[in-house]
Design a protein. Structure first.
Length: 174
């Protein structure tokens, strides 16, 4: 077996682009996390730092860069929602990850959750969460959410791998 880099690279102080390539070897799902600003305006962004934490109590986590202009809205809100994107949501993924798009929700098919927080229509799964806690971890803030309610459907998710958005290949039953 041969690695692209046959020597071990330092985790700290090394080339951040190389570390990003190594981390990109692990495929992740893609989601949009949303909340409401203190003024009641919808705020949302694309994430792939999403994970299940606990079944009892039902907890999930995601992280956000400390330099993100959306950070204050999520820190000030008691609730947020996560919409796991379907394979046909690539345009939405790019729209919500583009910092030059001012109104991320313009033209987006959505449902409003119980507290008015937007949920992306057609998502593979949707979670409405109460912010349980958050803490600073390096250059990010990690948010933990208590899952108050959720729903899901059988559909193929959008994935991120090696710096690219991909869909799961269709497998035929044996």
């Amino acid at each position: 077996m041969s690695f692209a880099q046959d020597i071990w690279a330092p985790g700290a102080g090394g080339d951040p682009r190389d570390l990003r390539k190594a981390l990109g070897c692990y495929p992740t799902g893609v989601a949009i996390v949303s909340t409401l600003s203190p003024e009641g305006l919808p705020v949302g962004l694309t994430i792939n730092s999403f994970a299940s934490v606990s079944m009892a109590p039902p907890l999930l986590l995601w992280s956000l860069a400390r330099r993100s202009p959306s950070l204050a809205a999520f820190e000030q809100s008691s609730h947020f929602a996560v919409s796991v994107l379907a394979e046909d949501h690539e345009v939405l993924c790019r729209q919500f990850s583009n910092p030059s798009v001012v109104d991320k929700f313009a033209g987006v098919a959505r449902d409003d959750g119980r507290l008015g927080i937007p949920l992306i229509a057609g998502a593979v799964a949707q979670f409405e969460c109460r912010r349980e806690s958050s803490f600073i971890a390096g250059d990010h803030v990690v948010f933990f959410g208590y899952i108050e309610r959720y729903r899901w459907r059988n559909a193929s998710p959008l994935l991120f791998h090696g710096g690219a958005l991909i869909a799961l290949p269709r497998l035929e039953a044996a």
